[in-house]
Design a protein. Structure first.
Length: 179
């Protein structure tokens, strides 16, 4: 199935989830107990929208314990900026909360990236929103990548292209898949 159709289908599936809070809590607990996350000194994470797997509680959990950085689009390029508080976020590109700080991450050693996706495949590919920001970022930074998704958004196969970058691990409300 083409990416555009998969985007549409799985956005609708996410909108129809009725036990989202329960699923988010399961994923949250898996993330905060994940060995790669716990061994990392920097957590790079997206700031979730209402239909995505929640990352606000993940951010709150790690603020003050680890360095936390979230993305902002600058002139078409995704950069990560450290934050110390959720108060340092404001609505930006696509209505997504973005950091207001200018403390850009320059050293990605010992960083883990928590990655959004509309859906993921069992072979660790993802479908995002179609702009390629994460794939471009990952092609330049060799961080450990953890995809978050709901179990009903995990599919057999995604027709990937040469620019698509696999995640190393997928955490869902049901199972975990590791490369």
């Amino acid at each position: 199935m083409m990416k555009k159709l998969l985007r549409s289908k799985y956005k609708e599936i996410r909108r129809s989830i009725i036990d989202k809070e329960d699923r988010d809590n399961i994923i949250f607990n898996k993330v905060i107990n994940n060995i790669k996350v716990n061994n990392a000194s920097i957590i790079l994470t997206y700031v979730s929208t209402k239909e995505e797997v929640d990352t606000i509680n993940i951010i709150k959990h790690f603020l003050g314990k680890k360095k936390v950085a979230v993305p902002r689009i600058d002139n078409g390029i995704m950069n990560f900026y450290y934050i110390n508080s959720l108060d340092e976020l404001m609505e930006g590109y696509f209505g997504i909360l973005e950091p207001t700080t200018n403390n850009i991450v320059k050293d990605f050693n010992n960083a883990v990236s928590i990655t959004p996706g509309i859906c993921f495949s069992y072979d660790l590919y993802r479908i995002g929103y179609g702009k390629g920001y994460y794939d471009k970022f990952y092609s330049n930074h060799g961080v450990y990548k953890i995809g978050l998704c709901y179990s009903n958004c995990l599919i057999d196969k995604i027709d990937n292209d040469r620019y698509d970058i696999k995640v190393n691990e997928i955490i869902t409300d049901k199972q975990k898949k590791v490369l």
